[in-house]
Design a protein around this ligand. Structure first.
Ligand code: XBP
Ligand code: MG
Length: 257
């Protein structure tokens, strides 16, 4: 019976739980660069292009390779990147503690419905673990970290999204098959990762990801929606049947579709 099928939700963090990139991570990277006396500056447009590479350390390396080939590398480039990344995490988590970034519409409601129904919750993200816990505590609830049975984050796997490793890891920790879980993502890299692990995936787009290729998604929405703030279906409208926000009933329908 379908009521028995849906066992867990697995959420991406950046761009999915909250719009963290443009006004969060990007700002924190720039603060770290200034603090270190570097002339690296990531404006909103450049950052959109840099998002092609997931993971902050990987993104800084990609920036140097692609945009600053002539910049004189220090002997210990790994050390420089690690130091910048630690500073960036400090700036980013400070921004979160100041309440700088709210959850996206429908996220808190859907998590609440899932908890009430005994749907298990997990996270699969490329971001640093600390970024996840601070976001959950400040944007959701001081207890929210305990709502998630598995928080798979950052360098716990060798290959970041679009590799499937982080979703494979979360599924293994949940001890569940992908067929009984639904993934939530905002980006093409995230979708490829979730699909690689065999997961049906709900996409909620944002300004950076709107034009990406979501052809493997179960459904593409502008946001999860609330009763008073309906979602817009951007692709694959089949299973919606008159619903205008994503609740457990629609989640089960999407999983079965
Ligand atoms: C998110 C990311 C992350 C953040 C920065 O991708 O790419 O790298 O931008 O986090 P996804 P760190 O939402 O697909 O998981 O700097 O902590 O790596
Ligand atoms: Mg994301």
């Amino acid at each position: 019976m379908w009521e028995m099928t849906l066992a867990a939700f697995i959420f991406d963090v950046d761009g999915t739980l909250a719009d963290t990139e443009r006004d969060g991570h990007r700002v924190a990277f720039n603060q770290a660069f200034i603090e270190a006396g570097l002339d690296w500056r990531w404006d909103e447009g450049l950052y959109g292009a840099l998002l092609a590479v997931t993971g902050g350390k990987e993104r800084m390396r990609h920036y140097l390779d692609r945009y600053r080939p002539d910049w004189a590398r220090p002997a210990d480039l790994d050390g420089l990147i690690a130091g910048l990344h630690a500073a960036k995490t400090r700036h980013y988590t400070k921004l979160l503690t100041q309440g700088g970034i709210p959850l996206r519409p429908g996220v808190a409601r859907l998590l609440g419905e899932a908890r009430a129904a005994g749907i298990r919750l997990a996270i699969a993200t490329t971001t640093t673990p600390e970024n996840v816990t601070v976001l959950l505590e400040h944007a959701l609830s001081p207890q929210a970290v305990s709502w998630f049975e598995v928080i798979a984050a950052g360098d716990v796997v060798a290959a970041k999204k679009p590799a499937a490793d982080i979703y494979d890891y979360a599924l293994a920790r949940l001890n569940l098959a992908p067929q009984v879980c639904l993934a939530f993502e905002d980006s093409e890299n995230g979708l490829r990762s979730a699909r690689g692990a065999g997961l049906r995936t709900v996409i909620t787009v944002n300004d950076y990801t709107r034009l990406q290729d979501f052809s493997g998604a179960a459904i593409v929405l502008d946001q999860l929606g609330e009763p008073a703030m309906p979602f817009t279906v951007l692709a694959k409208p089949a299973p919606v049947n008159g619903k205008n926000f994503l609740d457990l009933q629609l989640a089960r329908r999407i999983l079965e579709s």
